[in-house]
Design a protein around this ligand. Structure first.
Ligand code: BGP
Length: 470
């Protein structure tokens, strides 16, 4: 659609950036922290050491000072459950609370709005040993943990996020590490876990509204749009199948408090429907998000299923690479888009489309909590890091965000991945995303020095001009 006018970014737009606890903090066993699943699962050989990560735990003041220099209006980070409740439930670790208290105060001191994710992939290992999300008791544990954070930080935090990328946890369970022996849970087990997370999320959203009347809370799902390979009607059905199962089915429960009809039929038909306790339908309806957060990296292209094993792509899949599923969809190529070095489709216009669809479906404000390009950035002998490809990637996405705002979408902020280099979920430290380079290798920690990349100066200008200079 072509418009005669182009609206600017709202004046209180949250120009931000993101990280997660296990990918940035390090200090994996310090000050009373217990291991999380990430610390105990098996990782591919190339996955860098999560025990030190970017050493943010010890350098957070220096990092926040850099975020302030960047001009961030918001910083999205996650709290490590294992720092707060080392046993998963019960005794509260005051040193863990103190760390986040200091981080939050440091951010507020610099005028940066903290956006807090309660849980970003790092379930306490002690709960995993008791069945993890397969065990209904984990619902109560999550509510207890969230309650501790709401009480401790409720007066200071305006934006909360429940669970990061529940769809990645269910659809790519190996992304955060493999169990010893390499066997992942069955789909049936995973969808039962999914249901428990849905109930836990709904209860936590309701609790947040009770305890933190000024706070806002929402889910953060990895969302995208699926294109159909051709105008064949069956390609259209396949694209709709997968977009529903991969994205909307997760957000629909979070926002509407009930399962998506197509997704439920899929589960029922394949014997994957979760067991629901008598009270669950009512509990799901209790949770009402104030906004929807989306992590957007790329789009995918989909063709009709052939109905057999040939639907499943031989290429290794991760959270952005579609694999195919017999009877549901087949992954296809899009000749109109580029890809990153890691095979992720680059599609800024797809962001505009996904924002429109999310707005139309839920009628809620939207916060982008992740978007970015992973690349093996290199430190030059003259001490610079030239990541002009990142500038180009973000410039195009910011442009499409403005167009989405112009389309009528209520977009409240942009928190790209990542504020600073962090360890990738499963592809090591060489796959970097930050505006700030951290001087370490996969295993060699070097001096962990912070260096501003070219994109730092670019984003600084974007923020200072409220998106006009890009
Ligand atoms: C998202 C996760 C993040 C982050 C990002 C980039 O799915 O929420 O934690 O890691 O993807 O992914 P990767 O690190 O696999 O490149």
């Amino acid at each position: 659609m072509i418009f005669q006018t182009l609206k600017g970014f709202p004046k209180d737009f949250l120009w931000g950036a993101s990280t997660s606890a296990y990918q940035v903090e390090g200090a994996w066993n310090e000050d009373g922290k217990s291991p999380s699943v990430v610390d105990m699962l098996v990782h591919p050989e190339e996955a860098a050491d999560f025990t030190v990560a970017s050493d943010h735990y010890h350098r957070f003041r220096e990092d926040v000072a850099l975020f302030a220099e960047l001009g961030l209006k918001a910083y999205r980070f996650s709290v490590a459950w294992t720092r707060i409740l080392p046993h998963g439930t019960g005794e509260v670790n005051q040193a863990g609370l103190a760390f986040y208290q200091q981080l939050i105060d440091e951010l507020l001191h610099h005028g940066i709005e903290p956006v807090v994710t309660l849980y970003h992939f790092d379930l306490p290992y002690i709960l995993e040993q008791q069945g993890g999300w397969s065990n209904r008791a984990t619902i109560d544990a999550f509510v207890e943990y969230a309650g501790v954070l709401f009480t401790a930080f409720g007066s200071k935090i305006k934006y909360w996020l429940t669970i990061n990328e529940q769809n990645t946890l269910i659809l790519h369970p190996g992304a955060v590490g493999m169990p010893e022996g390499g066997e992942l849970p069955s789909k049936q087990v995973l969808y039962q876990q999914n249901h428990h997370m849905m109930v836990a999320q709904a209860r936590v959203m309701a609790l947040c509204h009770q305890r933190c009347p000024a706070g806002k809370i929402g889910p953060a799902i990895n969302t995208t749009s699926m294109y159909q390979e051709t105008c064949h009607p069956l390609d259209a059905i396949a694209a709709h199948n997968w977009e529903t199962l991969r994205c909307w089915s997760f957000l629909d429960v979070a926002v509407h408090g009930r399962y998506n009809a197509l997704a439920w039929r899929y589960l029922e038909d394949r014997g994957l429907a979760p067991v629901m306790a008598a009270e669950d339908a009512a509990l799901l309806l209790q949770g009402k998000p104030d906004y929807v957060a989306i992590n957007y990296y790329s789009t995918a292209t989909i063709a009709a299923s052939r109905g057999d094993a040939s639907d499943v792509s031989a290429r290794a899949g991760d959270q952005q690479i579609m694999l195919g599923e017999p009877g549901v969809y087949r992954a296809a190529e899009n000749p109109f888009v580029d890809k990153t070095q890691y095979g992720w489709v680059i599609d800024p216009v797809g962001l505009r489309l996904t924002l429109r669809k999310t707005c139309e479906r839920y009628h809620l404000p939207i916060l982008i909590t992740e978007n970015g390009i992973g690349a093996p950035d290199t430190l030059q002998p003259d001490g610079t890091v030239n990541d002009d490809y990142r500038i180009e990637f973000m410039r195009q996405h910011v442009e499409q965000m403005q167009m989405a705002i112009n389309d009528g979408v209520e977009l409240i902020g942009y928190c790209p991945w990542a504020a600073i280099d962090v360890v990738s979920t499963h592809q090591g430290y060489a796959k970097r995303y930050g505006f700030i380079y951290v001087n370490r290798g996969e295993k060699d920690l070097l001096d962990l020095r912070r260096i501003k990349k070219n994109s730092f100066g670019w984003y600084q200008r974007v923020i200072a001009s409220n998106g006009e200079q890009r």
